[in-house]
Design a protein around this ligand. Structure first.
Ligand code: UDX
Length: 435
């Protein structure tokens, strides 16, 4: 099928390349000429395992091209809208400027029978409003939320764990479903579960999934707070809870909390939208989820300050990790970066390291100290704090750290180090929620 993908950020670039890899003829469109130049040359504008390979192979097949012109969407049958919906400055609400601009911009290039498919995460009610913009074009609208995780984006796009279509009633809905079935023929042939619903349900699936995941993480982090004052060990608690299949062990890792381009902004936008709809109380708990999450960052900073006996100024601290999670160079709302910035703000001599995220962090916070390697960060540090659980840091041994560091305190902000081994080697190992 001929597809266009409007917006070539995280979601759109991966979607365009993956759809071409699946055999569709795809044009990816973005207003950012630098990004389009990179993508056209087969280079991913951000770190995502597997994306460069899929880009190269799809470009070589001739089925994938990129453009800065919305006019190049003309001739495609299905148009995916994959632009960002960031948090509005000074408010919790999602900023829909880019979504509106994409749909308005597409209208002159739509033909009878085309399908516009929203993939961006939007407040419930947006699809219905956007559908009205297509009146008179002969095109219709579907909402098809995307659940990809950074670090697994290509796999999640090619083999999603479920597909959700939000379609209009009647014949237009049936036609939209058939078109989307064509797009996702391979996944459907592999028995990927499919839920066909109305617009509002499809929009809500995405935000409620992220709200649930955020709540699960903040739940275990709340238990970590209780563990800290009661002497319990939250990692063992999570293991025991996780054996209950109704609860499950995934997303029960207590630590410095969640960040990234989705979970934090999505729970805030959900709160704002529920308030607009007069149902703020229904998701008021998400404010608490957000507050618990942000308190964990304070806690990590406090643990470092305590380890330094309250005297932070000029003291060298190694911060291992900057990205919001491993296998990503994304620093949006990153707890790790936040911890580094706060320690710097308190006067510490911060040596930050991340295998992939340093260029992005340096652009935003050039004042921070960056180390060329984890060893360089650790060299001479009085305290080390692990805030993104890259394998490279998980594999760090206390013996090696001891050779490099000036002090013997490690704050394990992700609870991934073997506490007993670090303690046996003479380290003061401080976990989160571990008594
Ligand atoms: C998330 C959703 O998982 C995905 O379905 C949606 O499409 C986009 O948002 P992503 O932002 O890539 O994906 O990250 P995810 O893997 O969900 O992790 C989010 C944050 O939670 C990270 O900062 C991670 O470190 C943190 N986290 C995750 C925990 O603190 N504890 C856990 O147990 C799991």
């Amino acid at each position: 099928m001929k597809l266009s993908v409007i917006g070539c950020g995280y979601l759109g670039a991966v979607h365009a390349a993956s759809m071409a890899e699946l055999g569709h003829e795809v044009v990816g469109i973005d207003v950012d000429a630098d990004k389009i130049a990179l993508l056209s040359a087969g280079k991913a504008p951000f770190f995502e395992p597997g994306l460069p390979e899929v880009l190269t192979s799809a470009l070589a097949s001739g089925r994938l091209r990129f453009s800065t012109e919305l006019a190049d969407a003309a001739g495609s049958e299905v148009h995916f809208v994959a632009v960002g919906t960031p948090q509005t400055r000074g408010s919790y609400a999602a900023d829909l400027t880019y979504v509106d601009a994409a749909v308005d911009g597409l209208v002159p290039f739509l033909a009878e029978g085309d399908l516009v498919v929203g993939k961006s995460t939007v407040p419930v009610g947006t699809a219905e409003r956007l559908a009205a913009k297509l009146a008179g074009t002969g095109a219709s609208l579907a909402w098809n939320p995307e659940f990809l995780r950074e670090g697994f984006a290509v796999k999640d796009t090619i083999s999603p764990d479920r597909l959700v279509y939000g379609v209009p009633d009647g014949a237009a809905g049936e036609r939209a479903k058939a078109q989307l079935d064509g797009v996702y023929a391979k996944a459907l042939a592999e028995d990927t579960p499919l839920v066909v619903a109305d617009y509002a349900t499809a929009e809500l699936v995405k935000v409620s999934a992220n709200a649930f995941l955020a709540t699960k993480i903040s739940f275990i982090n709340a238990m970590a707070e209780i563990a800290e004052v009661s002497g319990a060990d939250v990692t063992k608690l999570a293991d025991a809870l996780g054996h209950d299949v109704r609860i499950g062990r995934r997303f029960l890792n207590a630590g410095v909390g969640f960040g990234g381009g989705c979970l934090p902004k999505d729970i805030r936008a959900f709160t704002a939208r529920a308030e607009e709809l007069g149902r703020g109380e229904s998701v008021a708990f998400l404010k608490e989820v957000d507050a618990i999450n942000l308190r964990r960052r304070d806690r990590v900073v406090d643990l470092v300050v305590d380890a330094l006996g309250g005297q932070v100024h000029g003291r060298r601290v190694a911060v291992l990790g900057i990205a919001f999670k491993p296998n990503s160079d994304d620093v949006r709302d990153s707890p790790a970066l936040d911890v580094a910035v706060r320690l710097h703000g308190l006067g510490a001599s911060v040596a930050s390291h991340d295998p992939e995220a340093m260029p992005n962090a340096r652009r935003l916070h050039p004042q921070l100290g960056f180390a060329a390697s984890a060893d360089d960060a650790l060299r001479g540090a009085e305290v080390a704090v692990l805030v993104t659980e890259w394998n490279e840091y998980r594999e760090l041994t206390p013996e090696h750290a001891k050779e490099l560091m000036a002090g013997t305190t490690i704050v394990d902000g992700r609870n991934v180090l073997d506490r007993d081994a670090w303690r046996a080697a003479g380290f003061h190992h401080v976990g989160l929620g571990r008594g």
